[in-house]
Design a protein around this ligand. Structure first.
Ligand code: ATP
Ligand code: MG
Length: 378
């Protein structure tokens, strides 16, 4: 693979905060960036990129314009049409990770099949396409179960939890979720949730950032600490699973693997072939952050050292803006806490607006500091 070197143009499909932070790193490396936003203007990534193409992902003219101006195509989201990949490949522009990886990550049915075919366990599940199949599955799994749409979910959206088996609401669930294919999963009584972000180069070399431990509130990632407070052997197994899946899918770029820890067992929840919310603390905690590793991998450059010092991240959601702009002086008055805002103009309930990180001698010390600062913003 011939390296793509600065000042080449990196093409990012999607334009949220992940694209923004990837753009910022790409600029630091001397690259230029074009983003295809999906429709919106003045997006978090588009406002810092060199070129913002505000068009749908399947708009043929815009997709062509995007592909014509970039040297490599990558993704900051997976719930996306693959038209861009087709057009890029036809124009001999590399797409990294490739469309097969995106196809496996954007459809929970395909995702579970890809994971299990690599020999990696997932929570017991069934894909169902009718209310009667749904009823059978709920009974077979012994509620509680989590029912998810196959496509389009994020931040716990398009999911319902069914707490007890006897229910006549099965047709209603299909209607309320607005999908004709659903995944029914056994609710896992997990001890912890963890994730591993690995970067994989085109030659197959894999570098990880260690294991992140994540706490979700209302389906949205709220805090991450690293390293996760789990046994060394479980941690090694989590890292090995992430590497195995990256190999299996032939990922070039990042792969984040979210897992449930149950005792000393691990079950994969889902995968994301891109920078991930749980990897944000790598910006301050590692020599090469997840964004740098992604950029290096897709450009065919050597990977950096992803080892993280103990760190924590706390998300800043839209509700912090309920009574006006939060008091950022409070954040900055703690010299050890780093602030990231995504430049979103409109704050909404549950919308990810920014995050705080801290690096310290232990993950718990780091967590205490980001939580204390966030508390003061309320
Ligand atoms: P993301 O924002 O990570 O893309 P998502 O909307 O795709 O989220 P999931 O990761 O599937 O959703 O689920 C969100 C959260 O809901 C999980 O992190 C976990 O806390 C909980 N959850 C999901 N599935 C299960 C399960 N089978 N058992 C227990 N908890 C679950
Ligand atoms: Mg998830």
């Amino acid at each position: 693979m011939r390296p793509i070197t600065p000042p080449a143009m990196i093409g990012i499909v999607g334009a949220g905060q992940l694209g923004r932070m990837l753009t910022q790193v790409a600029h630091r490396y001397g690259y230029q960036v074009a983003v295809l936003t999906g429709g919106d203007k003045q997006t978090p990534a588009g406002t810092v990129a060199d070129i913002e193409i505000a068009a749908e992902f399947d708009d043929p003219e815009a997709v062509q314009r995007f592909v014509d101006c970039v040297d490599v195509v990558t993704w900051e989201l997976e719930n996306v049409s693959l038209d861009v990949a087709d057009v890029a490949i036809a124009a001999s522009v590399p797409v990294r990770p490739g469309p097969r990886v995106i196809a496996a990550a954007r459809d929970r049915g395909a995702e579970k099949k890809a994971i299990t075919s690599a020999g990696v366990p997932v929570a017991p599940y069934r894909e169902v396409t009718s209310p009667s199949e749904l009823e059978e599955a709920v009974i077979a799994f012994n509620a509680p179960v989590i029912i998810k749409t196959v496509r389009g979910g994020y931040d716990g959206k398009y999911q319902v939890r069914v707490a007890s088996s006897p229910s006549s609401e099965f047709a209603g669930i299909f209607e309320s979720l607005g999908s004709d294919r659903l995944i029914v999963e056994q609710e896992m009584l997990f001890d912890r949730e963890v994730s591993v972000v690995v970067a994989r180069a085109a030659d197959g070399l894999i570098v990880d950032h260690g294991v992140m431990e994540n706490v979700h509130v209302n389906g949205i990632l709220d805090t991450t600490i690293t390293p996760a407070d789990i046994l060394l052997q479980v941690s090694a197994e989590a890292i090995s699973i992430a590497g195995k899946l990256a190999d299996h899918l032939d990922v070039v770029g990042l792969l984040c693997v979210e897992m449930f820890v149950v005792g000393s067992e691990l079950f994969v929840n889902e995968i994301a072939p891109r920078p991930h919310n749980s990897g944000h603390c790598t910006i301050e905690a590692a020599v090469a952050s997840q964004f740098e590793q992604h950029l290096r991998a897709i450009c065919g450059l050597p990977l950096g050292d992803g080892t993280c010092r103990p760190a924590a991240m706390a998300q800043l959601l839209g509700e912090l803006w309920d009574t006006g702009e939060p008091d950022w002086i409070e954040v900055l008055s703690d010299p050890k806490v780093s602030m990231h805002l995504y430049g979103k103009r409109e704050a909404r309930q549950g919308r990810k607006m920014g995050h705080l990180t801290c690096v310290d001698t232990t993950p718990m010390l780091a967590l205490e500091q980001v939580l204390a600062v966030r508390e003061r913003l309320l």
